[in-house]
Design a protein around this ligand. Sequence first.
Ligand code: DGL
Length: 264
Amino acid sequence: MNDYSIGIFDSGIGGLTVVKEIYIQFPKISTIYVGDTARVPYGNRSRETVIKFSSQIVEFLLKQNVQAIIVACSTATAQALPALEKKYAVPIFGVIEPAAITAAKQTKNNRIGVVGTQGTITSQKFNHFISQQNPIATTFSQACPLFVPLIEEGMLENDITTSAINYYFDSFIGNEFDTLILGCTHYPLITKAIQKKVGDTVRLINPGKELALSLHSEKNFTSNIKTNDKHKWFVTDAPDTFTKSANRFLQLQLNIKPEKINFD
Ligand code: DGL
């Protein structure tokens, strides 16, 4: 019998910030994680490519008999989720809609900022769900492509990261949003530095947390959860690098020993 009920995937390690939130909301959940570390980043790839890579991962997870899948990557959610939902019968959940709904409900001045990868921002998926929920809200978007490599280098609070934040935010904060969606799996790791830049009055939204909270009311998620606290990890490149980054990202001290798989 399959021990792992929920499949989770990301372009690499960033999805672990989502995993962390899932574990907080669903302790002892059993999961299979795929990090496509050989093909990261997805952030500036074409929609066709992101759909192709995401489909290969979903098919791999289905072969492991998972009962539901979480797309723990904003770019893959933005570019591929509708295509995946059409193609596969398994329930699939992404990180964009729950965060957009929370932001749209909580903004007081109806001005919402969104930061993410180029692919996520170009897709306008956050804007779409925000205006569905709150038609009078205005969404301001900013792609921040330098953030992912800086965060992967562990540069969470140094001068280089501060410069990159200034570079993207100096004019962006002029939009006076009171709510800001950190629309990329990596960005919650620089929450402190971003909060410092935008000021304490701006509420930051972490999509992984919003997704995890929203899953409590998804019956085809909750009814499929196995709670034997087992986790399996797969990567498409260097397992050791993943383990080191995983401990830094998750800060949960899990004993992660990923297995290498190949999609080519
Ligand atoms: N996981 C991606 C996201 O959330 C960031 C890294 C990448 O570009 O693949 O958009």
